[in-house]
Ligand binder design. Structure first.
Ligand code: ADP
Length: 459
């Protein structure tokens, strides 16, 4: 091991490398703002700023029963949302596991499986009567599809490429709503799909039903992304028909911010992670913030510190050297530990990293490192929210609401407070007092159902 003083310096340098002072946050926000503008003006910009073709916001008075389908990972959900007016709603949801065999191969098999689940759901929850009593004899459905699509209208979008273990090559370039509708027809399921929705847009619209001052939906989960309300005149690349409201909900895809490496202060650990990822130089902002990556950044920093003799008596273990072996959820456990002996921290290190014995100093150093990495994620999330609020020119005098969902936001201790504190640093206390950052509940399902309701009303 190196002499203590040298190890101390290495440790403090590592900690410092994760700090983002206020001025740096502002600089990043300024660049992000200009990247939003760039994305609104042309296709192919790093931040894609995708028009959702949804524009109407709920009034809180919408009523009726609408279905939603939420496809984005291993599970997919079918929901029936009963809008009761006054911002109140009930959700009944069933989860289905998509068999691996349906995730790859011909798209018809995948969409047939999904249609089968919808058929079963309609049967289980006795929704045929609801369908029969509607004007069209059908149930109306919104489809949350968390894969990149080139949206062509509120109910049309072609899949750009698969991710997350899905690979049905014949679906790429096809309209996923068409494929779903055809599969439903094959089973004579009386459901009409009227909206194709990104989960961020769903989160925005769902929260606006309860809180009409909502202007932004944000996801801090496996990845990160946000959607907001934009003036159509600002979407200079838009070639579609004008909307009655003169507004458009934009899915920013902000996770791609600064893939050109201009302003984000990357540490050596961020660079290593990016280099070994299967999407190098892409989603760089997302890699500093989201659940998929925070644990791995921490693991890399830990390895560096052990090698420098600053931790664990300089001894490495196999899990410590295993890519993605340190989960972001462990960071939550570590941060939640306020016991004097940091027992839970020791437990995580023993159970998950095979570091059997640690000193109190080891555990304190690990906790401070984790805090630093978690805090950086919260501060950068605040930068994104701030830049997007600036783009909207809000808040002026009226309060606004930002709706947030995702496990990092929900489960990471202190994340919410740190994000709000960083917003106060960026905006000043008076302006920040007009911004309420709130948890969105059940956004992706409810939002899709609401957008289906709004689309339905327009016809
Ligand atoms: P998704 O974003 O895919 O819809 P989630 O919002 O549940 O799903 O996010 C899942 C991500 O959250 C995973 O990357 C995981 O690492 C992370 N995660 C899960 N549990 C926790 C936790 N307790 N604290 C922090 N992050 C967590």
């Amino acid at each position: 091991a190196l002499p203590t003083t040298n190890a101390d310096k290495i440790y403090s340098d590592v900690l410092a490398s994760f700090q983002i002072p206020r001025d740096k946050m502002r600089l990043i926000a300024t660049h992000m703002y200009s990247e939003f503008v760039r994305g609104l003006s042309a296709d192919g910009a790093p931040i894609r700023m995708i028009p959702s073709y949804a524009y109407a916001m709920p009034t809180s008075h919408e009523t009726g029963v609408y279905l939603a389908l939420d496809l984005g990972g291993t599970n997919f959900r079918v929901c029936a949302v009963t809008l009761k007016g006054k911002g109140q709603f009930d959700v009944v949801a069933d989860k289905f596991t998509i068999p691996d065999s349906a995730k790859v191969g011909p798209g018809a098999a995948l969409f047939d499986f999904i249609a089968g689940a919808v058929e079963q759901f309609v049967h289980t929850h006795d929704l045929s009567a609801v369908a029969a009593s509607s004007a069209t004899g059908e149930l109306t459905m919104g489809f949350t599809f968390s894969f990149p699509v080139k949206q062509e209208s509120v109910a049309r979008g072609a899949l750009m490429y698969w991710a997350k273990g899905f690979d049905c090559p014949d679906v790429v370039g096809q309209d996923v709503v068409d494929l779903l509708q055809v599969a439903l027809a094959r089973r004579a399921v009386k459901v009409r799909v009227v909206a194709l929705v990104n989960d961020t847009v769903g989160t925005l619209v769902a929260h606006a039903y309860k809180a009409p001052a909502t202007v932004m939906g944000c996801i801090l989960g496996t990845g990160t992304n946000a959607a907001y309300i934009e003036q159509l005149a600002q979407v200079t690349k838009y070639r579609g028909t004008p909307t009655p409201t003169g507004t458009m909900l934009i899915n920013t895809e902000w996770g791609a911010f600064d893939s050109e490496g201009k302003v984000l202060p990357l540490t050596q650990f961020d660079r290593e992670l990016d280099a070994m990822s299967n999407n190098g130089k892409q989603q760089v902002f997302e890699k500093l913030i989201s659940g998929m990556y925070l644990g791995e950044i921490t693991r890399r920093a830990l390895v560096h510190l052990v090698e420098a003799g600053a931790l664990f008596g300089g001894k490495l273990s196999t899990p410590l050297q295993t890519v993605y072996a340190f989960e972001t959820a462990y960071m939550s456990t570590i941060e939640a530990d306020t016991s004097p002996a940091l027992t839970a921290v020791g437990q995580v290190l023993a159970d998950h990293l095979a570091v059997a014995s640690t000193t109190l100093t080891d555990r304190q150093l690990v906790k401070s490192l984790v805090q630093q990495i978690g805090t950086r994620a919260a501060r950068l999330s605040a930068v994104g929210i701030f830049a997007l609020l600036e783009k909207m020119g809000v808040p002026e005098s009226k309060p606004v609401v930002v709706a947030v969902d995702g496990s990092v936001w929900l489960k990471y201790p202190g994340f919410q407070d740190r994000l709000r504190a960083a917003l106060r640093e960026l905006m000043g206390p008076e302006k920040a007092a007009l911004v309420s950052v709130e948890t969105a509940h059940d956004g992706s399902g409810t939002g899709a159902a609401l957008i289906a309701a709004l689309v339905d009303k327009q016809h």
